[in-house]
Design a protein around this ligand. Sequence first.
Ligand code: DCT
Ligand code: MG
Length: 497
Amino acid sequence: MFHSATLPPAKKRPRPEGSGAQCHQVKFAKVTLYIVERRMGRSRRGFLSSLARSKGFCVEDVLSNKVTHVVAEGNPAKELWAWLHAQAAGLATDTEVLDISWFTESMRAGWPVAVESRHRIQDTSQVGLPSTSESTVSQYACQRRTTLDNPNKIFTDAFELLAEHSDFCDSKGPALAFKRAASVLKSLPAMLRGLGDMEGLPCLGEQTRAVMKEILECGRSSKVEAILSDKKFQTMKLFTSVWGVGPKTAEKWYLQGLRTLEEVVTEPHVHLNRMQRAGFLYYADISRAVTKAEAQAVGRIVEEAVHQISPNASVVLTGGFRRGKEVGHDVDYILTTPEVGSEEGLLLRVIDRLNYQGILLYTEYQESTFDANRMPCRRFEAMDHYPKCFLIIQLHAEAVQDGALSCDQDDRRGWRAVRLDLVAPPADRFAYTLLGWSGSTQFERDLRRFARLERGMLLDNHALYDKSKDVFLPAKTEEDIFGHLGLEYIEPWQRNA
Ligand code: DCT
Ligand code: MG
């Protein structure tokens, strides 16, 4: 879906050759641009096309041999050229294939600047050169485009398991190192086939390299296999799969000699909190993935409730499903209103409505602790201060498109329990909330780290604060926030870091 680089060929009226736009005057007749949507995203491509046309450039929507300059952003050379070669319309032999830097410089100058070799994206398959864009992978996930296509799954699965194991042992440093390594590999366009391919890649330490070397040589990692067959790890994994149970509680139960979920619920000395009780009660349902169709059905239910209370409020999808995931562990929605203040009380009334419909199986509401005067919050890894709720709702099969629930075949109830998170920020904080809740966790972590270390700014779900100027930077859209940070915009489906 996000790899189609051309817009559908629109029906066009005949127009003078070389004119890319109907309403702008073409000033540079010898230059015809084509902007590659791949890895850039449709909205940014649309924005850049309008910008170029407004400056008198001819921009073609469809790739053809009329194009003199192809412009791409964030595409590794090998990947871009493979895509260009696969296009039906051949390129003219003298077409320039250029990095976005040429485009930016030309827009700034107001005319097409001379092409230099630093602008060119070389076809490495033809000339046998190492690809330069591949050797410049950023250490920050917010400067990489990470889609759900992951050709390095064999390595990233291993790293993620090692990270989980380190988290269970409370080894935060090693856990983060494995998560970072997995995140870097997820952004690569092709599978690493040898140790040489790791050259120049950031965040790969000695341990991660050793694991990769073993997988490359034997197709498996002895470390991973040892963890998988470790009884304590298996039990910790089982216990933490219950909603509300973290590694600390899981370890406590393990040390008490408990090994199965049945043993935990029947052990009289174990005290479960409310969330954990719900976690056990609905375990079969909420430990199973939520599908996209189910997430959309939940969205419609929330939307209906919200609109009955406040017709001007909207419900915006966020979390993993906004990043294009097919399944998730829960569903995340933001409630938003046109004006600051009208969100007050909204979430509680939505909860009341859902309750009245009899579909709320569990409710935990957290009221707002947001205070604009106590910003910036320096504990930027902490939860945000907006009113939010963690729910379990009953989703009936009829509510899901085509009526299919991801239930067990022999389940005759006709409904399943789904975890749902809702948050209701004030209107002027919407962009920060959307960016923060869209994840992935690793992407968020690196956005904040980038802001702090590279820009001297503090970013969280509430605000972006410039420490040197002592000012808050307002934002209406996510694009505004990327802009303040001097980052290229990364579409949600490219944030699967
Ligand atoms: N988040 C946040 N502040 C919170 C809660 C979540 O910034 N108080 C962010 C981190 C990721 C994102 O919101 C959504 O959280 P999850 O649902 O845990 O992650 P996900 O990416 O949606 O994963 P899944 O698809 O498994 O639900
Ligand atoms: Mg989620």
